[in-house]
Design a protein around this ligand. Structure first.
Ligand SMILES: *Cc1c(COP(=O)(O)O)cnc(C)c1O
Length: 377
């Protein structure tokens, strides 16, 4: 019997080494990694910049706690909000923690507790973030969850209008529902949300844990929509493989998130800051973002050419293809042929290459997908 709790449905592959978009198992079999550790490996496996940043910081200072001033946190916070309408950052260690901070901040700021989230959303596994998640399977067997979330069908303006009232503190959404099946917010829905928030003084929280840090082709996915969130949450891609989370907020929230409100022992630790700063330095510039958009367009074009019958959704390098075959079978067949992919929602295969993926690697992945689809159809 395993010494591990069996809370994950793991593939038997044992990955031991990675470089760029490739990863090797303990049998020296090579795979093209189009999971990126679920949208985490922004620059691929073991990128030189991060290895150097990690080495340099590891010889200087690992941890201080938040008892002391941190110039590294100040700098990263500044760079994350630069040229946006946001003003401040709080650092933690994961996506669910970032959302936990956001939910606490919403409640403290508004003195209300009703929040609207969406069906098929995913916001994490801690109690508040789990309660925010609009999927019954995530809640089941845990007893009473926070009962202040109302789950509204995604991209349904009438349902949203009907759900909002004077007690509504906030609306919280993902620009692309990642875990829920790669569903993108429609322009009309984004406009309706923004309009409702403006009109009724409701806070807007955008969960960019999966979409943030250039994965969508812009620094944050909300930048491609009408949404102007008061709070943005980040994690996955921000650390490129090192655990970190962040909550960004507007200036009006500054006084609410005051001394003693919230905290984290590890949050903003020097190792995490050195690595995340490197990620932001590399990704937050026009030439990098243009390359992500170009790779996204190329990937979508190739999928349209080679798999014309499948629907492709998503933004940037967070793409999903809707399939009729059982996803676990497709994942296993791709793996057999040397391509790692992950499911989302009921029938969607998620394609999440590192943001610096090459055209040749995209070609290779598309060829494997095509072979697998032909065999399985
Ligand atoms: C993965 C994810 C989370 C949870 O992040 P963890 O780091 O696993 O806690 C929250 N929101 C979204 C949109 C995610 O994709």
């Amino acid at each position: 019997m395993s010494a591990l709790f069996q809370n994950y449905n793991r593939r038997p592959v044992h990955l031991v080494e990675g470089k760029g978009t490739y990863v090797w198992d303990d049998q020296q079999k090579r795979y093209l990694d189009f999971t990126s550790g679920i949208a985490v490996l922004t620059l691929g496996h073991c990128p030189e910049e991060l290895v150097q940043a990690m080495k340099a910081q590891s010889e200087k200072l690992w941890h201080t706690s938040n008892l002391y001033t941190s110039h590294a946190q100040e700098k990263l916070a500044h760079d994350l909000v630069k040229d946006t309408h946001l003003a401040h950052a709080f650092f933690c260690n994961s996506g669910t923690e970032a959302n936990e901070a956001a939910i606490k901040l919403v409640r403290k700021h508004t003195k209300k507790h009703k929040m609207i989230t969406f069906e098929q959303s995913f916001h994490g596994r801690t109690f508040a973030a789990m309660s925010a998640t609009g999927q019954a399977k995530v809640h089941s067997d845990f007893g009473p969850i926070l009962d202040t979330f109302e789950y509204v069908p995604f991209n349904d303006v009438a349902a949203l209008e009907a759900a909002v009232d004077d007690e509504t503190a906030a609306i919280m959404l993902e620009v692309v529902q990642g875990e829920g099946g790669v569903h993108v917010v429609t322009p009309e829905f984004a406009e309706a949300i923004q309009h409702i928030c403006d009109e009724k003084g409701i806070l807007l929280v955008v969960d960019e844990v999966q979409t943030g840090i250039a994965r969508s082709g812009t620094r944050y996915a909300f930048e491609q929509t009408a949404l102007k969130p008061h709070i943005v949450t980040l994690a996955k891609g921000l650390g490129g493989g090192f655990p970190i989370g962040a909550m960004l907020g507007t200036a009006e929230l500054f006084d609410t998130f005051n001394v003693g409100t919230h905290g984290s022992t590890f949050g903003g630790n020097p190792m995490a800051m050195a690595i995340a700063q490197t990620i932001v330095d590399v990704t937050f510039n026009d030439s990098f973002l243009e390359k992500v958009k170009a790779s996204s367009n190329y990937f979508k074009e190739q999928l349209a050419i080679h798999l014309p019958e499948v629907e492709v959704r998503g933004m940037g390098l967070l793409l999903g293809i809707e399939l009729t075959q059982p996803i676990p079978e497709v994942v296993a067949a791709c793996e057999e042929k040397g391509l790692l992919v992950v499911g989302a929602g009921a029938n969607t295969l998620r394609l999440l290459p590192p943001l610096n993926v090459s055209q040749q690697e995209i070609d290779e992945a598309v060829q494997i997908l095509k072979q697998v689809m032909l065999v399985n159809v």
